[in-house]
Design a protein around this ligand. Structure first.
Ligand SMILES: [Zn+2]
Ligand SMILES: [Zn+2]
Length: 137
């Protein structure tokens, strides 16, 4: 399945390994879509359980959730998803989240990703992230 990652999707995505929900999202770059030709009502598209833009459960958001139209308009270009339960991390590259089981991941590509964005990635992931990290280098 190839899906581009709007903030809205944080309402849906769980860790593919341990099923933890929600995941933590750190955005490196994002873009904004205008949707000039789409007529959508703001009340229909609110996040339902967890809001990725606000990084909070809706029950804790109160009236702020009216801004969830931005969860559709804004799309993450590059970023990282972090599971704080099993310690895995998943890269988001050119709007696509790569959420693969360990055996299908490419260690060299993953480490290159960590190096490229190391200033924006939490120390915990760089040193202890699974399935690999940069601590051995
Ligand atoms: Zn939202
Ligand atoms: Zn996990």
């Amino acid at each position: 399945m190839v899906i581009s990652l709007k903030y809205r999707l944080l309402d849906i995505l769980a860790c593919p390994i341990c099923k933890k929900f929600p995941l933590k999202l750190i955005v490196f770059n994002e873009t904004e879509y205008k949707y000039d030709n789409i007529d959508f009502s703001e009340d229909e598209i609110l996040c339902e359980e967890f809001c990725g833009l606000h990084q909070k459960f809706l029950k804790d958001l109160g009236e702020v959730k009216l801004n969830c139209i931005n969860c559709i308009r804004h799309e993450v270009v590059d970023g990282i998803l972090i599971c704080d339960k099993c310690g895995r991390w998943y890269p988001i590259i050119e709007e696509i989240p790569h959420m693969l089981p360990d055996e299908l991941r490419n260690e060299n590509e993953d480490k290159a990703f960590l190096k490229k964005f190391r200033d924006l990635i939490p120390r915990q992931v760089l040193d202890h992230g699974k399935p690999w990290n940069l601590s051995s280098q």
